[in-house]
Design a protein around this ligand. Structure first.
Ligand SMILES: Cc1ncc(COP(=O)(O)O)c(C=O)c1O
Length: 450
């Protein structure tokens, strides 16, 4: 598809009589705050999607945007890829779900096992949240310990334990060597907070010291090697190696949350960093655009789910687990991602990140970009990004970034409001150039209104 060469205006949604406005009025009657997914709420109201094709999305008012968010990194081939659509519809026509396993789950599990050295067996769920939940439950069942450690600012879905200290603010977060365990959702039981040890990301000595201090009670240390909500700052390899060593020394399971980071390499982020965790949670890209999650790991640990001897140590039901439509779509999506496709992402991602840096510099607007492979995140200020705390913005920085986000949205580019973006295989050179053109124009407008 050839790129649009002029920066378009995509603001039809803002009209008080727009179709988005009408849908929003209806939505608020039947959904709390008109919303089913906190992430996609947008003030004063969201823009409703109508169609997607490749890397372009058209909203219900007819405006078309370059989609660099890909349903929060899950659509690795963009929208409605013909081979994935064909596989899903062919499977759907033969039935969507059964009270029996189907052959498709074995095929997708085999792809993951073949690619990821640490994964000998796989178990499917319907979301990344459930996958993380099941890694934590598996770790508890396997070790007989109940507490976990996680990193400040890291998002792992909405399981209570995984949510702790997700959005810590400076007035509450406590010392860097012992970050406070803070609730994210109102009503989180205090006992949950006691069961989660919070660690500083990428701070090797501090994290290791805290793990050693709490070691006897810890079932697992869970780490996202490229944590989006903590700034999309890739973990340092020596930091991950230290986590591997300290957890192994104390009989603690090391869990990689690769729900997002599995898209940074053919063997996931763990392949890029050369680390073997005990368990991994997967999601997003492995479902070909359909709801999915998976837990994978060493057979010895995964045996907690084994029902052959009666009730497993960790029972795990799920009406739609491994549903064949997701499995069929996911299989094709993963097969299309061979090592060459990941190498292309690495090259394009690096080029795009340096292009974005040049745009910020040219415009004289403070800003930066982090990321890895096909993933990137724009930031409101240039800083030495190390951990979650170094990415937290001031009110002024937030306001400036909001203006930039809105300019992009209103001129044909879709990113997340926090600046998260990613490539899909549908993005070509001309679309990448189009993004940089729109970014240049948007930054000029932000600079002009400063
Ligand atoms: C690292 C990570 N873990 C877990 C999740 C939860 O996945 P899901 O939204 O499929 O429940 C997400 C979602 O964005 C994520 O980014």
């Amino acid at each position: 598809m050839s790129a649009v060469r002029t920066v378009p205006t995509t603001r039809a949604y803002a009209d008080p009589d727009s179709k988005s406005a009408q849908l929003w009025a209806r939505a608020q009657q039947v959904l709390p705050g008109g919303n089913s997914r906190t992430t996609v709420y947008m003030a004063p109201r969201p823009i409703y999607a109508a169609d997607g094709a490749g890397c372009w999305v058209t909203d219900v008012d007819g405006d078309r945007r370059l989609d660099l968010l890909n349903n929060y990194t899950s659509l690795i081939h963009g929208h409605a890829h013909p081979a994935i659509t064909e596989a899903a519809t062919r499977r759907l026509a033969r039935g969507a779900s059964f009270p029996m396993p189907t052959p498709e789950e074995i095929d997708l599990a085999s792809v993951i096992v073949d690619r990821v050295a640490s994964v000998e067996q796989v178990r499917f769920t319907n979301s990344g949240t459930e996958a993380v939940m099941m890694t934590i439950k598996a770790a508890r069942g396997f070790t007989g310990r109940s507490r976990i450690a996680k990193f400040e600012g890291a998002y792992h879905g909405s399981y209570d334990w995984a949510e702790v200290s997700l959005g810590s603010s400076a007035d509450q977060w406590g010392p860097l060597d012992a970050p406070a365990s803070l609730p994210y959702a109102k009503g989180t039981p205090p006992s949950v907070l006691d069961e989660v040890v919070v660690l500083p990301f990428n701070r090797t000595e501090l994290a290791v010291a805290r793990i050693e201090k709490e070691a006897k009670t810890l079932a697992a240390v869970i780490v996202d090697p490229v944590p989006n909500r903590a700034g999309l700052i890739p973990a340092r390899a020596d930091f991950l190696r230290a986590l591997r060593e300290v957890t192994a020394a104390h009989g603690i399971l090391l869990v990689f949350d690769e729900v997002i980071s599995f898209r940074v390499g053919y063997r996931g982020a763990q392949g890029v960093f050369g680390i073997r965790p005990d368990l991994t949670s997967f999601g997003k890209i492995i479902g070909g655009g359909f709801p999915v999650g998976a837990v994978g790991g060493r057979a010895e640990v995964m045996s907690v789910f084994d029902p052959r001897g009666g009730k497993p140590l960790v029972p795990h039901g799920g009406t739609f687990n491994a549903n064949p439509v997701t499995m069929a779509a996911g299989l094709v999506a993963m097969q299309l991602m061979d090592e060459r496709a990941f190498a292309r992402f690495d090259e394009m991602g690096a080029k795009l990140r340096s292009g974005v840096e040049a745009c910020f510099e040219r415009a004289g607007v403070p800003g930066a970009i982090t990321g890895m492979g096909s993933l990137f995140r724009l930031h409101a200020a240039p800083r030495a990004f190390v951990d979650y705390r170094s990415t937290v913005v001031s009110d002024e920085e937030r306001a400036r970034f909001d203006r930039l986000y809105r300019e992009l949205l209103d001129h044909g580019v879709l990113l997340s409001p926090t600046g998260l973006g990613c490539l899909s295989t549908a993005v070509g050179e001309s679309e990448a150039e189009y993004f940089l053109e729109v970014l240049n124009a948007s930054l000029a407008s932000v600079a002009g209104s400063a």
